[in-house]
Design a protein around this ligand. Sequence first.
Ligand SMILES: Cc1ncc(COP(=O)(O)O)c(C=O)c1O
Length: 417
Amino acid sequence: MLESTNFTYRNDRLYCEDVPVHEIIREVGTPAYIYSKRYFTERYTEFTQAFNSINHTIFYAAKSNFNLNVIKTFLDLGSGVDVNSEGELIRALKAGASPDKIILTGVGKTPREIKLGLEHDVLMIKAESEEEVYLINDIARQNHKIARVALRVNPDVDAQTHPYISTGLAENKFGKSVDDALSVYAREKELSNVKFTGIDMHIGSQIVTIDPFIEAIERLKEVHRIVSSFDVHIEHFDIGGGIGVKYKDESPFTIKDFADAIIPRLSTCGCDILFEPGRFLTANAGALIVQVLYTKRNSYKNFLVVDGAMTDLLRPSIYGSYHHIVPVDIYPKREIKSYDVVGPVCESGDFLAKNRELQEGKQNDYYAVMSAGAYGMVMASNYNARRRSPEVLVDGSSYKVIRSRETFEYLLYDESI
Ligand SMILES: Cc1ncc(COP(=O)(O)O)c(C=O)c1O
C-alpha cells in the first residue's frame, strides 16, 4: 500500500515521481527525507478548487514542514503562510511571503514575536488570551501601529483525535471560551491600537470526520453574529487546519465532501474564509529513507536496526503513530517477517514501527518510511549528538537537495570550552 501515488515501483525499485530513490540516496546518503513537489501541488490545487465558489484563502501551516523550498512551493501556488513563532515568520519571509499573506499564531507569543509581526505588518495576529490582546495593544501603540487581531475561540468540541493533538476542548490550553471571547470582543473600543478583524479556531489535527468541524463552525458563527452586533467588523473567518490524512486504514473525508458540507454554512457570513492546512498538504508528499545497519532476533522478536531514529521521525515515539514502511527494492522471493524497526538512539522508545510485517530485511537494505512529509523533519532533534537528515525535493525527473545533512562543525559552532 502506497498512499502517495507519487511514490511508485518500477521494476521493483522505488521511485519518487520519475527519480529512482537510489539515485538520491547515492548522493545524500541515509537517513534522508524525500518530498514530491507534484504531490504538494496536487493537494493544494485540490483544496483550493473545492472551495472556489467562496472567497477563501489558504494559509499553509508552516509548522508541518518549514523547509524554505516547501513554503515557496505553496507560495508559488498562491498560498499564504500560517506561522507559529518568530522562527517560522523569518522562514516565511525568507521564502518570499508577502506580509499581507502571513498570519501569526501561537498560544505563547513573546513580546518580541508580537513586535516583529507588527513591524512586518502581517495580515493578522491571532490572540489567545485577554492579556495577550492588551499586550498587543501596548506594543502596537509604542510602535505607532494598529494591530489587526483575530481571537482564537475554543469552541469546546471533541475532535476525536489523539489527545496530544486535540486543541478545541475546554480543558485544552488553546484559545478563549465562547463567553470569554465575546467579552474581549466587546471591549474593542477600549483598545486604542487593536482592530479585531478576525475570528479563529483550530480544533486539532488529524481529524477524520467532518462533524467536529461543523459543530465548531456553528459555534463560531454564533460568536460572529453576536460580535457583529457590537459593531466589530470581522473580515476573516478562520477555521484553522486539522484535516486528517490516511496513514494506515483511516478513511478521512475528501476535501470535496468537506467543501460540500461547510460551504453552505459559511457562504452567507460575508467574510473571507481562511484555512490553515498543514498535514493535508504535506504528510503523504514525503518519505524518510533509512538503511538497515543490523538485523537481529531475540527470543521474542526480529529487529531491523536502521540508521533513522526518533531523532529523525519522532511521531511513532510520541504519539504511537503508524507510518507505513516499504522496501526500496522489492525482492519477490524473500519471505515476509514480523519486525520491530528501531533506531540507534539509546531509548526503548526509539522505534519507527513495531510488529510490522515486512519483506525480510538484510544488512544494508533500504526501506522507506512513508507519510513522513508532515511533522517529520520539523520535529527532528540532535539527541545523541546526531546530525539531522538532509531533505530532497523531487520535481518530475529532477531533484534538488533542499537541506543538506548537518555537519558536526555546525552542531558545535555555538559551544566552546
Ligand atoms: C493553529 C494551527 N493551525 C494549523 C495547524 C495545522 O494543522 P494540520 O497540520 O493538522 O492541518 C496547527 C497544527 O497544530 C495549528 O496549531
